[in-house]
Design a protein around this ligand. Structure first.
Ligand code: BGC
Length: 736
């Protein structure tokens, strides 16, 4: 029997990679085949689950035998300590890894990741992940299954709420920020947890926006659009990757050697490990790719899936596959080593209980600074879509407000999907009602009417809502989809407001009172009537623990909204997929409307309801003196783009200045514009700041059809503006 002290004594937390590798090798040499297979086996605790669960009463026995390498859905130092103690009864005392979906917060819930992306505030996004990481680490969690870095161009897909939206450049920067946030000072620091870039790859392009569906895309689109955020996550040091449920051009991602071996572990030299998605190894049978679970296990390990989440195919079949020489010992060893390496890096061999400190857990609980950070990013995540007649911001004195709608007093809804619920949530989460109440000053009053439920046909509450509106100066109306309508397995074919909510909006507008509409959702919704008839619209997503305070901050002007849409909002579902960086086609819609043989709909313009990058402020900005340093550049010269942005309104405010580029002619056709840079500027009324961007040929490169990554000489259009539609443009020639 091995004495683990040999490892324990020699282990230092931030040991250099070479020392860790030696320790991994020496541990591996002591392991039986069963123990190796055990390391690849990840099972859920029975406390929470996110997929079909197989009943297993013998998990404790399996842990004691070293047959489980990792558990998911376990948190809290009491539980993690209990399970880790069982692991310490195994022959080699290899610690368990505890993984959890810490997607947008742990004890403190932050806005949905898509909402945070709307802030375009990389520092705040990193901070939100840092806080989530600290809180989770203090509660025994070693590893989050985040960030999700799937590009998503289809709002029917419920998981758009979990990512950074449609843009590759913004998505890559956010991927990096989130990885850095979760991993903090690096593995080995007790406050860090491992990040997991998921879902590798192209899951966001599920056909028809239907979750788990197939993906069929060109290699060029894969490389140009879908892979860069993963590469950014890998470059930022993401410790792990998760593969995905979809097949990509006929090959399930879990069994996809091209993705996992050639690209990730080959070209990108990724040293971490890949975990399958929940049951995805076994699901290759349903895909019709593996004849049975044994074959699925063979295909998955050969393709580079290291850890099996919940399918048990590795546990049940790898031994036999080895005996039959259908897989190599080296393949098994490689997967085991990758996992052990992370356990060493986390310092778990030095102290398997280093994440199980109840004092630390208590110290990270309910921290005011965490709530403050959640409130700040929540205010920055809201997007002002419309503000006719400057109804917003509202005064807080001498005003009668009718708060109407199904979400005025909502509590847990604000957590959104992929959040962790706590028994005391009802006293922690700030409702809109409470948030507004706290702000009200002298001579003001509030009246409430629910109006309707979210998702039924009952209009009996309309009368009360009308009465409330008529006795008030303004109606603050909340509508949207329920928190569980966006998320995993929450695809929708209709993106309309459910139930009778649109009728409620009409009823409120018909009262003649000014209406401020707050829309809660985890995705872009379609709300054409409201967009045309309601004077003020704020997109409020699901904003987390501090939602009500944040919404009140924005409604009363304590924060001037600065969010910009990370996804294009369609006019209706028929336009989907719709995204700003599309190709031009041979027949772009003409300005001369007599030509009908163009690429358009006969019943709808091509343009979206709200373009990517769009979002208003209580103030206004003008763009002046837009200049390029040169209109003819060579090779490795740098182009400097300057623009003076002026606050032309009454309030101080923040603008996200966006730079788009178009490559007019390419070996393969190029998008009509692509985001290349952005910068946020904060301006006092009347203040002007010069924003300077630098572009080099690195910003021009793309993958052609042979997958060469190059830039080509020619004419480029540089566009600058406050969203992807309203831009100023100048052109230049860039030659080799
Ligand atoms: C999801 C993953 C998640 C996993 C564990 C799966 O169903 O696709 O994103 O990390 O469950 O909860």
């Amino acid at each position: 029997m091995l004495c683990m002290n040999t490892f324990v004594q020699a282990q230092s937390v931030l040991a250099p990679a070479a020392i860790i590798d030696r320790r991994v090798d020496s541990l591996l040499s002591l392991m039986t085949i069963d123990e190796k297979i055990g390391q690849l086996n990840q099972l859920t605790s029975d406390w929470i689950f996110t997929g079909p669960i197989k009943n297993d009463n013998d998990k404790v026995a399996q842990i004691k035998k070293g047959m489980i390498g990792s558990m998911l859905n376990v948190s809290g130092v009491k539980h993690t300590r209990e399970l880790q103690e069982y692991a310490m009864q195994s022959r080699l005392k290899i610690p368990l890894l505890f993984g959890l979906d810490v997607i947008h917060g742990f004890r403190t819930t932050f806005p949905l990741p898509l909402a945070e992306a709307a802030s375009w505030d990389l520092e705040a996004i990193e901070k939100s992940a840092r806080i989530a990481g600290k809180e989770a680490a203090a509660a025994g969690v070693h590893w989050t299954f985040a960030p999700m870095v799937d590009i998503s161009r289809d709002p029917r897909w419920g998981r758009v709420m979990e990512g950074a939206g449609e843009d590759t450049y913004l998505g890559s920067l956010i991927a990096k920020a989130r990885v850095k946030g979760f991993q903090g000072k690096g593995l080995g620091d007790k406050e860090s947890i491992m990040a997991c870039a998921k879902h590798f790859a192209a899951y966001g392009a599920a056909i028809g926006g239907r979750d788990y569906n197939s993906v069929d895309m060109s290699m060029r689109t894969l490389w140009d659009t879908y892979l860069p955020p993963f590469k950014a996550a890998a470059d930022a040091g993401a410790a792990t990757f998760m593969n995905s449920f979809n097949d990509l051009n006929g090959i399930p991602a879990t069994g996809n050697s091209y993705l996992q071996r050639d690209i990730l572990k080959g070209q990108w030299d990724f040293k971490g490990f890949v975990v399958s998605d929940w049951g995805s190894i076994g699901e290759m049978v349903n895909h019709g790719y593996a004849a049975n679970e044994k074959e699925a296990a063979r295909m998955a390990i050969q393709a580079g899936s290291d850890m099996d989440m919940e399918s048990r195919c590795y546990r049940d079949h790898l031994y036999q596959l080895l005996k039959e020489n259908k897989i190599q010992h080296s393949q098994l060893d490689d997967a085991v080593k990758r996992i052990l390496r992370k356990k060493f890096e986390l310092g778990l061999f030095e102290d398997p209980f280093r994440y199980c400190d109840s004092q630390r857990q208590d110290a990270q609980w309910n921290r005011a600074s965490h709530l403050q950070a959640a409130r700040e990013i929540a205010t920055r995540s809201m997007v002002l879509l419309k503000n006719e007649k400057q109804i917003l911001p509202l005064p807080n004195h001498n005003i009668k407000i009718a708060c109407v709608g199904p979400f005025v007093k909502s509590v847990r809804d604000h957590l959104g999907f992929w959040s962790i619920e706590w028994p005391d949530d009802s006293s922690r989460i700030v409702t809109l009602w409470d948030g507004i109440n706290r702000k009200l000053g002298k001579g003001s009053s509030l009246v409430y009417a629910k109006g309707c439920h979210t998702n039924d046909a009952d209009t009996s509450g309309f009368a009360e809502a009308k009465r409330a509106a008529l006795q008030s100066d303004v109606v603050v109306l909340t509508v949207g989809e329920e928190r569980n309508m966006s998320g995993e397995s929450k695809s929708r074919s209709s993106l309309r407001l459910p139930g009778v909510q649109e009728q409620l909006i009409k009823a409120m507008v018909a009262t003649g009172k000014p209406v401020v509409l707050l829309i809660h959702a985890g995705r872009p919704l379609v709300f054409s009537w409201a967009a045309d008839h309601v004077p003020s619209i704020l997109y409020a997503w699901w904003l987390g623990t501090e939602a009500g305070n944040a919404m009140a901050d924005v409604l009363f002007g304590d924060y001037n909204p600065s969010g910009k849409l990370p996804m294009t909002f369609p006019r209706n579902e028929g336009q989907i997929p719709i995204y700003y960086n599309h190709f031009n086609t041979g027949r772009p819609p003409a300005t001369d409307s007599s030509n009908i043989y163009v690429s358009s709909y006969i019943d709808l313009p091509n343009s979206p309801r709200y373009p990517f990058g769009y979002g208003l402020s209580y103030t206004s900005f003008s763009y002046e003196s837009f200049m390029l340093s040169d209109t003819s550049l060579r090779g490795n010269q740098t182009l400097t783009v300057t623009v003076r942005v002026k606050n032309t309104g009454k309030y101080p405010g923040k603008e996200t200045v966006q730079l788009y580029l178009r490559d007019r002619v390419g070996k393969a056709v190029r998008p009509v514009k692509e985001l290349k840079k952005f910068e946020q500027v904060y301006l006092q009324p009347g203040e002007t700041k010069e924003v300077i961007f630098s572009l080099t040929t690195a910003d021009l490169a793309y993958y052609d059809n042979e997958l060469n990554y190059n830039w080509e000489e020619g004419v480029f259009d540089v566009m600058v503006g406050g969203n992807s539609r309203d831009v100023h443009m100048r052109s230049l020639q860039w030659s080799k």
